[in-house]
Design a protein around this ligand. Structure first.
Ligand SMILES: [Ca+2]
Ligand SMILES: [Ca+2]
Ligand SMILES: [Ca+2]
Length: 391
C-alpha cells in the first residue's frame, strides 16, 4: 500500500476511479460568474442581495467564513455522524485514512477530502449554491458533490450514493477570486439509470432523505466557504384576510376593510397569506354595484377612510368555512353565490386597486374575511401550487 501511495500515477488512477462516481457530470456546463459585473462582489454581499420571489422564505445555510482563505479561527468541516459507522468515513474523521487527508475550510494542500454536512429544509422551490474554491495541482480532475454519501442508502443503485456533481473546477476564472455560483436548476441531473431523485432540488425535497445533505469536495481543491441559498414554500397554506377597521364609519352605513389599519388584528399578508386555510374563517363575499361615494368621505374627513378605496358594491362576511375545502377560485366564488345569491363572488384584495375596500356594507368592527389576491399564488387557499415536497 505504501508503494501504491508513493506513486503519483497510482493516486491519479485512484482519483480517476473515484472521479467516475460523480464523473457522469464531468462535461456538463453551468454558469459561473467570473467576468460579469458581479465578480467583484463579495459572497456576503451576494447573499444579502439574494432575493426570493414574494411569498417564499429566504434561508441561507453557510459553512466556513468568507475570508478568502485567511488564517485565524478554525473553520471546521464535519462528516455527518450517521456516516461514521462506515470505516472510511471514520478514518477520514480521525485523519488516519491511508490515501487521503481530511480537509477543513481554508485548509490548503493536495490529496485531501473536504466532507461536510448541511441541515437543509425541505419545501425548497428554488435556490443556488455559492462557494469559493482555490485550485492546487490536480484540481482539474476534482469533483464537488452534494447529496447522500451513505454507501448503503436505498434506493440508489450505484454504491448507494445519491450524488449531484458540480464539475465547476475546470471553469475557474484564472484571475478571479474563485467565487462560484450555481443555480439549482443548472445542476446536471443524475443519469436516468440511477435510482432516486433525478435532480438535486428533488432530492432536497424528498421527505425520506436524511435531514442533513452531504458535501464532498475531492481531492486537491481548497474551499473558503460553502453556502446554500434557498427559497422555501410556506410551510402551511394560508389565505389573505382583510379586517373591518374599528372606527366610526358605520355611522354612515359604511364598512372599511383594511390590511393593517386595525392594530389588534394580525397584519394581512398578500404574499403568503395570514390565516390558516385549515381553520374555520369567513370569506369576504362581494357583489358589484353602482353606488357613489358619500359626500362625508370626500376630502378631509373624520372617518380616516381613504376615498380612493371606495367601491360601489356591497361586502358580506360568510359563515366561517374551511377554505382548504375550496380548491379553486371558482369553487370559492360558488360558495359566495350559494351563501348570498347570484352575482356574489369572493372580494378581491385589489377590489379598489389598493389594499383597502370602502363600501356601503354592514360589517361589525374587527370582523375579518378571506379575500382573493391575484398574482401571488401562495396568498390564497385556493388554486395553490402543489407542495414541492415528495415522498
Ligand atoms: Ca479563515
Ligand atoms: Ca484531483
Ligand atoms: Ca474561509
Amino acid at each position: 500500500m505504501r508503494e501504491f501511495m508513493g506513486s503519483r500515477r497510482g493516486i491519479a488512477v485512484l482519483g480517476l476511479a473515484i472521479g467516475t462516481i460523480s464523473g457522469w457530470v464531468a462535461h456538463a456546463n453551468w454558469p459561473v460568474t467570473p467576468d460579469d459585473a458581479k465578480s467583484d462582489q463579495s459572497a456576503t454581499a451576494q447573499i444579502e442581495q439574494f432575493q426570493c420571489p414574494r411569498g417564499l422564505t429566504k434561508i441561507v445555510v453557510m459553512h466556513g467564513q468568507e475570508d478568502n482563505f485567511a488564517a485565524g479561527a478554525a473553520e471546521p468541516a464535519a462528516i455527518r455522524p450517521a456516516l461514521l459507522r462506515f470505516e472510511q468515513f471514520l478514518q477520514f474523521s480521525e485523519d488516519r485514512h491511508g490515501m487521503f487527508s481530511f480537509r477543513d475550510y481554508d485548509e490548503p494542500g493536495t490529496d485531501k477530502f473536504l466532507i461536510d454536512h448541511f441541515e437543509l429544509p425541505r419545501g425548497v422551490v428554488s435556490g443556488q449554491i455559492l462557494t469559493r474554491l482555490r485550485e492546487f495541482p490536480g484540481s482539474k480532475t476534482d469533483s464537488v458533490s452534494v447529496g447522500n454519501l451513505d454507501p448503503t442508502a436505498a434506493p440508489a443503485a450505484f454504491r448507494g450514493e445519491i450524488m449531484y456533481g458540480i464539475p465547476a473546477l475546470r471553469q475557474f476564472p484564472a484571475d478571479g477570486t474563485g467565487l462560484i455560483k450555481a443555480d439549482f436548476k443548472d445542476l446536471p441531473p443524475k443519469p436516468s439509470k440511477m435510482k432516486g431523485a433525478p435532480t438535486f432540488i428533488e432530492y432536497l425535497n424528498t421527505r425520506s432523505r436524511p435531514d442533513a445533505v452531504d458535501l464532498k469536495i475531492q481531492d486537491d481543491t481548497a474551499v473558503d466557504f460553502f453556502a446554500f441559498l434557498l427559497c422555501q414554500e410556506p410551510s402551511e397554506p394560508k389565505g389573505t384576510s382583510l379586517s373591518e377597521v374599528d372606527g366610526n364609519i358605520s355611522e354612515i352605513g359604511m364598512s372599511y376593510l383594511s390590511c393593517i389599519e386595525d392594530l389588534t388584528q394580525p397584519s394581512c399578508n398578500p404574499y403568503s397569506g395570514d390565516r390558516l386555510c385549515s381553520l374555520q374563517t369567513p370569506i369576504a363575499c362581494y357583489r358589484d354595484g353602482e353606488r357613489d361615494i358619500p359626500k362625508e368621505l370626500m376630502n378631509e374627513n373624520k372617518y380616516f377612510a381613504p376615498d380612493d378605496a371606495f367601491v360601489g358594491g356591497e361586502v358580506r362576511m360568510s359563515r366561517p368555512v374551511r377554505a382548504d375545502g375550496l380548491p379553486t377560485l371558482d369553487s370559492a366564488n360558488g360558495f359566495c353565490a350559494a351563501e348570498f345569491g347570484k352575482g356574489w363572488r369572493v372580494l378581491s384584495y385589489h377590489e379598489a386597486g389598493g389594499s383597502g375596500v370602502l363600501s356601503y356594507s354592514k360589517i361589525q368592527p374587527r370582523n375579518f374575511g378571506l379575500v382573493h389576491t391575484g398574482g401571488h399564488p401562495y396568498a390564497n387557499c385556493w388554486d395553490r401550487p402543489a407542495s414541492v415536497i415528495r415522498p
